[in-house]
Design a protein around this ligand. Structure first.
Ligand SMILES: *Cc1c(COP(=O)(O)O)cnc(C)c1O
Length: 366
């Protein structure tokens, strides 16, 4: 048996632990488990979307409309771009994969932030590309530019707001960088843009603006976070027609499902649900900020639906996360990213009540 040599250096992506696993491993009742680990929308999905999907459940035997006409039309209205500027993926993850396959091979390089979405590195390594990272954990675009000048990467990844740190860049700051970087494909990942734009308009990057100004930029958005459709896997890429055409060459037919397509189309019609979720998110986030201040540990000011707590050396985030898990609370430990930190998705009021109750218990053990 022989496997491609590229696979040797790839670590398998570890997704947030599913509730089912905690039920199995710790014998905790499903209703007592609080999952704050995957940045899902804790308010679920718009009831209008759920109703619409129910009506197409009996169409499961049919392939979806492969042109995704309605969904592209919806996105095209929302973002004021042409349908030809849009590609739909099974999550924005699939678009990341298309982009890496379209551009990278073992003679190429990519540039990304020291701590960022883990899949960028995995897709790049799959193509045999060399991965360059900054030294700073926050996106420092001056450092990005220095490395770009020296190394000429073929893809540059900018994640704003950044996962798993939650910080976001100003729109103007990103534009200043893009004006100087014309050669590589620059991917601007806006998975949490709905949250950032609500908290601070200056951090809202508009895909139309981006593609009008820059020919080499691919913007990514997703229905998995604020829209509450993580389980249905729908994301989108927006870029100039040439980029989109090339990505299309790598797309398998029917790459999202009949139910996913319906759900995404309907989700775009219920912006009130999204706005309400985002608003509640930041109300609940205040509790997390206040808790960190009271307890005297560091947190990162967040523009997303999660917050990152950073602990002093004496307190191990890995240990904290294990102790929380034993109590039915699933959060994301960032030890694997080289940070002694926890990333906690902001839940509903009730979920957060439970989190704080258990977190206090766990901290008292220190
Ligand atoms: C969640 C996430 C994505 C992609 O999610 P999909 O479910 O594949 O759309 C992409 N980038 C970042 C930074 C994310 O956090």
């Amino acid at each position: 048996m022989r496997f491609n040599k590229e696979l040797k250096n790839i670590k398998i992506y570890e997704a947030g632990k599913p509730i089912e696993l905690v039920v199995r491993e710790f014998g905790i009742d499903e209703k007592d488990i609080v999952k704050l680990a995957s940045n899902e929308n804790p308010y679920g999905t718009s009831p209008k979307v759920v109703e619409a999907v129910k009506l197409v459940v009996d169409k499961m035997s049919l392939y979806p409309d492969d042109s995704m006409f309605e969904l592209k039309k919806g996105l095209s209205n929302k973002f004021k771009v042409k349908s030809e500027n849009i590609i739909i993926g099974a999550g924005s993850d699939q678009i990341l994969e298309f982009a890496c396959r379209a551009v990278l091979n073992d003679n190429t390089k990519v540039l990304m932030n020291k701590i960022t979405f883990a899949m960028y590195e995995i897709y790049a390594l799959q193509q045999g590309a060399k991965v360059l990272k900054t030294r700073c954990y926050r996106h420092d675009l001056d450092e990005f530019y220095d490395i770009y000048k020296k190394a000429s990467p073929d893809i540059v990844f900018i994640c704003s707001p950044n996962n798993p740190t939650g910080d976001a860049l100003g729109k103007e700051y990103i534009y200043t960088f893009l004006e100087k970087v014309k050669e590589p494909l620059v991917i601007v990942d806006g998975a949490y843009m709905e949250y950032a734009g609500y908290k601070d308009e200056k951090k809202r990057v508009e895909p139309k603006d981006l593609i009008d100004k820059f020919e080499n930029v691919l913007y990514l958005g997703t229905f998995s976070k604020a829209y509450g459709l993580g389980g249905l896997r729908v994301g989108y890429g927006i870029a100039n027609e040439e980029i989109i055409k090339n990505l299309y060459k790598l797309r398998p037919p029917f790459n999202i499902t009949t139910l996913s397509l319906k759900a995404a189309v309907e989700a775009l019609k219920d912006e009130d649900f999204v706005n309400d979720s985002v608003k509640r998110n930041f109300t609940q986030m205040e509790r997390y900020v206040n808790f960190a201040i009271q307890r005297g540990f560091e947190y990162i000011d967040s523009y997303t639906n999660f917050i990152t707590y950073i602990f002093p050396k004496e307190v191990s985030s890995k240990e904290l996360s294990n102790r929380l898990l034993q109590r039915g609370i699933i959060v994301r430990d960032l030890t694997g990213y080289g940070m002694n930190a926890l990333r906690i998705t902001i839940g509903t009021k009730e979920q957060n009540d439970k989190f704080f109750e258990k977190f206090k218990e766990v901290l008292n053990g220190y």
